[in-house]
Each structure stands twice: as structure tokens, then as C-alpha cells.
Design a protein around this ligand. Structure first.
Ligand SMILES: Nc1ncnc2c1ncn2[C@@H]1O[C@H](COP(=O)(O)OP(=O)(O)O)[C@@H](O)[C@H]1O
Ligand SMILES: CC(=O)N[C@@H](CCC(=O)OP(=O)(O)O)C(=O)O
Length: 310
């Protein structure tokens, strides 16, 4: 095998990082469209198996917004969104249960099992993991919107996740939440991942995307921003350069940083080794979001951002 190819390069530098990350929790959120892609699912499972063999405990989080849209389309259930966020009728909540748990999670568990892992599937409803509250009517872009069966996270009790990890299982959490009154809600998966990472004191939070990372121009995959300060990210949200599905993701990850998660990575879930490259090489991959003083703030010459050199 050519020693300059990516797997070899990663393996040569891995030893330095294994000791640093051993027993530090990584929370990894998989984008919905990756889950529906058999090839992407397999590559991700293989990379997770490598992390696991190096004793890096991982908690996976997933939603499946695209799959839910398709499910509703087939079933003749209206898909309604306000500012890109789903309005969840009781029929949509039922469809979410069937898509997220019945289909996407079951297929993902099977793939992880085939990669030699021992995954256990759950949602925020299980074992008191998440305490959620119905959002209720909210003003969005100047109009009153009732999001219906959407839940906002009020508390997280990660005991079940620690217990599963200690017993050698890989927890896979999907984005339904609940509360002690027995209610069930639809909750954004990016938000759930950020809250779980914060509650578990995760070392790193990853968002695996169908893009190489945060792009300066969403239409140009070569315009990767390799490093960004949360304040520079906020400026991009305000002036609309971060939009669409990327906006709630960036808002969620900034909440995680505020709550003590040190490093958040936006990386490709489509490239065979993007996750391992990020964890085990100096160069990393995708976009790193962090608030270290070394990355100067907006207003400084680099404006709190580093663009891809290549
Ligand atoms: N600046 C940007 N950089 C990268 N992707 C962006 C950007 N702005 C908008 N996007 C879009 O956001 C999408 C990711 O959000 P979303 O579809 O909600 O993903 P997920 O399923 O991973 O939660 C990307 O596929 C891309 O089309
Ligand atoms: C309330 C809310 O927005 N729920 C999301 C949950 C799924 C999700 O977040 O999936 P992705 O990660 O694939 O986007 C939804 O219904 O689409």
C-alpha cells in the first residue's frame, strides 16, 4: 500500500492522539441525508469502529428530517415549516416515530453492528434522558406560529448514556424527546446533540454533513472555512451568509460552546476518512469552531476566521 495515502498518513500520526482522547467522550451528530445513504452509513460505521477500538467513547445522535418529509409525502400528510423549522401536527409526530426509530435508527444499528460495534438505540424519551416542554405559540419573522408537538429541551439526565458506555455499548439517540407527564415531542437533532454534549462534558462535538464543512459560499465546496470563532459565526448568521439548515446547526453548536464544550467540528460525512483525519491528524478536516484566544476575534486582521489554503 502507498504510505502517502490517507489511511497510512492517519495511522502514522494516530499514536500521538490516542493517549490524549482515550476515555474522553465524543458526541457525533449524523445528518439525516447521510443516514439514508447506504454507502455513507457504512463508511461512518467503519470510522466509528476505529475510534471505539482506540477506547474513545462515542454517543451518536441522529434525526432524519429529509426522510420524514418523504414519509409524509407518501402518506399524504401535509409538511409545514416556518423559517425552515417543522410544524409538527399529531400525524407528523407519528410519522417521525416511524421514520426516525422504525426505519433510520434500525438500519443504522444494523450497520454499526456489522462494523463490529454493540449499538443500543434510544431517544430522548428513554430512561428520563431528556426533560422537554411543548414549545407553544412563538413569534417567527413577525408572525405567530404554533409549532404543535415540538419540544424544547429543559433538562438532560445522561446517566443512561454513561451506563451504556460503561457496559461497552454505543448509544444511538434519535431526536424524539419526552417528559415525566408522558408527553412525546419532536425536537431538532442538532439541538439535541448540543445539549447531550454539554450535559456529558464531551471533549468534542461533531456534526457530520453532506458538505465538506462550513462554506464561505454554500454553492462552492472549495470555499471551506477551516477555523472560525463563535463571534465571527454570529456575524455570518446575522448578515445571512449562514442560512438554511446551517443556521439552526450553528445556533445549536454555539450553545454547546457556551456550556463548556471546547471544540465543535463540522465535517464531511461523505468522505471515507474525514472523521479519522479530524481526530488523528494535525491538519484535521472540515471546520473547527472554538473560542481560543489564539483565534483572534472579529475586527482583527483575520476577522476570527481561517480559510482553506488549498
Ligand atoms: N455556509 C454554508 N456551508 C455549508 N452548508 C450550508 C451553508 N449554508 C447553507 N448550507 C446548507 O445546509 C445544509 C446542512 O443543513 P441540514 O440540511 O439541516 O443538515 P443536516 O441534515 O445535517 O442537519 C447543507 O447541506 C447545505 O446545503
Ligand atoms: C423540531 C424539528 O425541527 N425536528 C426535526 C427533527 C429531525 C432532524 O433534526 O433531522 P436532521 O438532523 O436530519 O435535520 C424535524 O422534524 O425535521
Amino acid at each position: 500500500m502507498n504510505p502517502h495515502t490517507s489511511p497510512w498518513r492517519i495511522l502514522r500520526s494516530a499514536a500521538r492522539y490516542v493517549a490524549r482522547f482515550r476515555d474522553r467522550i465524543f458526541v457525533i451528530k449524523l445528518g439525516g441525508e447521510l443516514l439514508a445513504d447506504t454507502g455513507a452509513r457504512r463508511q461512518i460505521a467503519e470510522q466509528l469502529a476505529v475510534l471505539w477500538r482506540f477506547s474513545i467513547p462515542v454517543v451518536l445522535v441522529h434525526g432524519g428530517g429529509g426522510e420524514l418529509d418523504r414519509f409524509c409525502g407518501r402518506a399524504g400528510i401535509a409538511v409545514e415549516k416556518a423559517a425552515g423549522r417543522r410544524i409538527t401536527s399529531p400525524a407528523v409526530l407519528d410519522a417521525a416515530k416511524m421514520s426516525f426509530i422504525g426505519r433510520l435508527q434500525t438500519d443504522l444499528l444494523a450497520e454499526l453492528r456489522a462494523a463490529g460495534l454493540s449499538p443500543v438505540g434510544l431517544s430522548g424519551v428513554d430512561a428520563g434522558l431528556v426533560g422537554a416542554r411543548r414549545r407553544g405559540p412563538t413569534t417567527v419573522d413577525g408572525r405567530r406560529v404554533d409549532f404543535g408537538e415540538v419540544g424544547d429541551i429543559e433538562s438532560v439526565n445522561p446517566d443512561i448514556l454513561h451506563q451504556l458506555l460503561a457496559a461497552g455499548h454505543l448509544p444511538v439517540v434519535t431526536s424524539l424527546t419526552g417528559n415525566d407527564a408522558g408527553e412525546i415531542f419532536n425536537t431538532n437533532a442538532d439541538t439535541l446533540a448540543a445539549e447531550l454534549a454539554a450535559a456529558m462534558g464531551a471533549e468534542k462535538l461533531f456534526y457530520l454533513l453532506d458538505q465538506p464543512g462550513l462554506l464561505n459560499d454554500p454553492a462552492d465546496p472549495a470555499s471551506l472555512i477551516t477555523e472560525i470563532h463563535p463571534e465571527a459565526l454570529t456575524a455570518r448568521i446575522k448578515d445571512g451568509r449562514v442560512a438554511g439548515g446551517m443556521r439552526p446547526k450553528c445556533e445549536a453548536l454555539m450553545r454547546a460552546l457556551e456550556q463548556g464544550v471546547k471544540r465543535v467540528h463540522l465535517i464531511s460525512g461523505l468522505r471515507a476518512d474525514a472523521l479519522l483525519e479530524e481526530v488523528f491528524t494535525n491538519e484535521g478536516s472540515g471546520t473547527l469552531v472554538h473560542a481560543d484566544a489564539a483565534l483572534a476575534m472579529p475586527g482583527s486582521p483575520n476577522g476570527g476566521e481561517v480559510a482553506h489554503a488549498g
